[in-house]
Design a protein around this ligand. Sequence first.
Ligand SMILES: Cc1ncc(C[n+]2csc(CCOP(=O)(O)OP(=O)(O)O)c2C)c(N)n1
Ligand SMILES: CC(=O)[C@@H](O)[C@H](O)COP(=O)(O)O
Ligand SMILES: [Mg+2]
Length: 630
Amino acid sequence: MDLLSIEDPSFLRNLSIKELEKLSSDIRKFLVEKLSITGGHIGPNLGVVELTIALHRMFDSPRDKIVWDVGHQTYVHKILTGRAKEFDTLRQYKGLSGFPKRSESEHDVWETGHSSTSLSAAMGMVTARDLRGEKYYVVPVIGDGALTGGMALEALNHIGHEKKNMIVILNDNEMSIAPNVGALHNLLGRIRTAGKYNRAKDEIESLFKKIPAVGNMMASTAERLKDSFKYFLVPGMFFEELGFTYLGPVDGHQFDELFESLKYAKKTEGPVLLHVITKKGKGYYPAESDKTGNWHGTGPYKIETGDFVKPVNSPPSWSKIVSETVRKLAREDSRIVAITPAMTVGSKLEGFQNEFPDRVIDVGIAEQHATTMAAGLAIEGMKPYLTIYSTFLQRAYDQIVHDICRQNLNVFIGIDRAGLVGADGETHQGVFDIAFLRHLPNMVLMMPKDENEAQHMIYTALKYDDGPIAMRFPRGNGLGVPLDEKWQKIPIGSWEVLREGADGAILTFGTTIPMAMKAAQQLEKYGIYVKVINARFIKPLDEQMLKNLLMQNIPIVTVEEAVLQGGFGSAVLEFASVHKFHSAEIIRMGIPDRFIEQGDVKSLQKEVGLTVENITQTMIEQYQNKKKRA
Ligand SMILES: Cc1ncc(C[n+]2csc(CCOP(=O)(O)OP(=O)(O)O)c2C)c(N)n1
Ligand SMILES: CC(=O)[C@@H](O)[C@H](O)COP(=O)(O)O
Ligand SMILES: [Mg+2]
């Protein structure tokens, strides 16, 4: 079928099962081809082809609301709702988003990127529907990984109690990004096994029924037996006890099973949980056979071999360098324990985990729990290394405030993916952490200029005994600088002068340092000589150095790949105000007060004005203004 000609999903109702199977295989082929060039969340999407088709056939979207959790598995939904022609631009600047977007389609009824929100959103929708006396289906689709998130469990508790009509689809592929973990995961495993058992029972029952005279009696005995064993053999009872009608497990790649169970779910009063078993990566061998999580989300790859296309000789990723440094320090200090909320793969903790299986703890998608657990470890004298992507750390704000900072506990927080992350876009940009950490008492916040400085910072953090300390680091590869063998402590709150100059100062840190250095070079051509300061401690500031700079009464430009409001530049302004440097000329450059969409990081930096040219121009203007005033 020509997928590019699809405008809406209504055509699905006229197709036979054979035709739907052909459509599934066309969609898989399309995804494998397109994503081999753009990259994207291939594994999760190949796993939900039949499920998505079945949902769009059995429900009337957008009147009925399909609410995708995380939203990384909505590519098939995008194809069926008329967006196949945009796939060449997937996750690129100004292109098709990798997540549901209300501005893209009326079928995208809920925007996500972070996990475990679908059930709460659906609860809001059914409440609004019922208050208005309207009739439509609300169908959240949640993965087995997302179900482990605290929000999802809070929502289950509420939905089961309220008993409103809602059809929850549990898309169980036994995987989070990597293999799923936790007691709930084990429970789902038991349900899958019991599902098979019950099917066997049903088969015995119908076999008995075929025996003349005694058959019916034997069949009813089998039925009773099945009921009495229900609690032991059907752990789906867990959901039943919570107030749901549990249906399944059904094979998520078989249309007849999906249609049958969805038909039944639509007729059922109250909340239903339909347990659908799928296979991540289904239909493309490298993704389907992957047990590591490397095919969850990928860059470009070669279709024939499944090899990832990577630039040759690129330096190791920041995550790898950071995790490996912590691992080396863990060899000497048995108190060091790493905690990850379901991001072992992204945080490159596999090596650490292999060496110290008990000291790398994957808690599932549970940022809040991870954070308070780190506090608990610290209170017992351990040295927890809590590694969380900047964007997901937003979930754990209260735990950082209430549990870690308030009790001034020695937790080292590795803030991965800090700054603009690129293709994941709005939901994933790591640009708020400075603003939500900087104002917290006891918090130390730093960012290295390169991976060598990162090693010294990690050493500093894991030797630091005065409370919480956090290190931001970006997505992507390091700069490839030589690495020192021996590490030493960096004095807390110390900045570094990278370049001298008497006409102005650029204060920056992390990823924008190379930009600032180039701008300083450019400025020389105009006869303007500026200092470049590596403001590696965002909190505390290097007050002595800052005071000296302010006293020189030179133009100061602060540059940060983070939101301006409440950011590093704001800290500099606050300092100037408190110390009555009222005439100080401080210009802040950073991310404006809006959400930044997806795109390659260079384009995004350009969009927000974080470029060498812009820094240069800003400094020239400041310098000239000052001259005019003199
Ligand atoms: C709050 C939050 N933490 C972590 C992530 C990163 N993440 C994205 S998808 C995913 C796994 C989700 O597993 P599941 O819901 O089972 O979906 P699957 O990929 O298996 O289809 C994780 C951990 C996230 N998106 N949101
Ligand atoms: C959907 C999601 O949240 C993750 O899969 C995320 O896309 C991973 O990002 P990285 O590629 O930066 O690990
Ligand atoms: Mg899963």
